[in-house]
Unconditional design. Structure first.
Length: 182
């Protein structure tokens, strides 16, 4: 029993320590003042992202969000594997953390039991949202993850370059972004 409690304590601590480090190392990342979730749900196409381990073999990525009755959001991420072109899907769940703005959420893609333990949740912060919900920029407090998403598979070059300028001003290394054409 002591071993199980110790393992749970280590897992819990491992989830918290990166959050503490990221807050002290960078300036506070600001989110948008308000998100209308009923307008936000639907399909988004990935235009660019920072490299991450869970999308290493992915291109033509999309995210489909569906609002549940209780206010949580079903997430379906899909992409084409670079290695063989097959479809890869990940089903997840998102929930709003900041109900005043709806711009800070957390998302999880692990099975139910692990969700119940509180392990595997990641921050999903909406840091830029076009007024007509044509594009969105999503990140998290440590700036380790970043996605530029659009309602259409292609984004105008001038719009994309404007986003990059604002991201640079906000402390992101945009030279690391992987840009995609859908």
């Amino acid at each position: 029993m002591k071993t199980s409690a110790f393992i749970l304590a280590v897992l819990f601590a491992s989830q918290l320590s990166p959050a503490w480090a990221s807050q002290s190392e960078v300036t506070l990342l600001r989110t948008v003042p308000s998100v209308d979730l009923s307008r936000y749900v639907g399909t988004w196409y990935e235009i660019a992202r920072l490299p991450n381990r869970f999308q290493k073999d992915c291109a033509q990525s999309t995210a489909k969000y569906s609002l549940r009755e209780e206010g949580k959001i079903d997430v379906l991420n899909s992409c084409r594997k670079l290695s063989d072109g097959s479809l890869k899907e990940a089903h997840g769940l998102a929930e709003v953390v900041d109900r005043d703005t709806n711009s800070k959420l957390r998302v999880i893609f692990t099975p139910g039991l692990i969700r119940w333990l509180g392990i595997g949740w990641g921050n999903y912060w909406i840091i830029e949202l076009e007024p007509e919900y044509k594009y969105v920029v999503v990140s998290e407090p440590g700036r380790e993850y970043l996605w530029i998403l659009s309602r259409t598979p292609v984004m105008e070059k001038s719009v994309y370059e404007g986003i990059l300028e604002r991201l640079k001003a906000n402390g992101f290394d945009v030279s690391k972004l992987i840009h995609f054409s859908q």
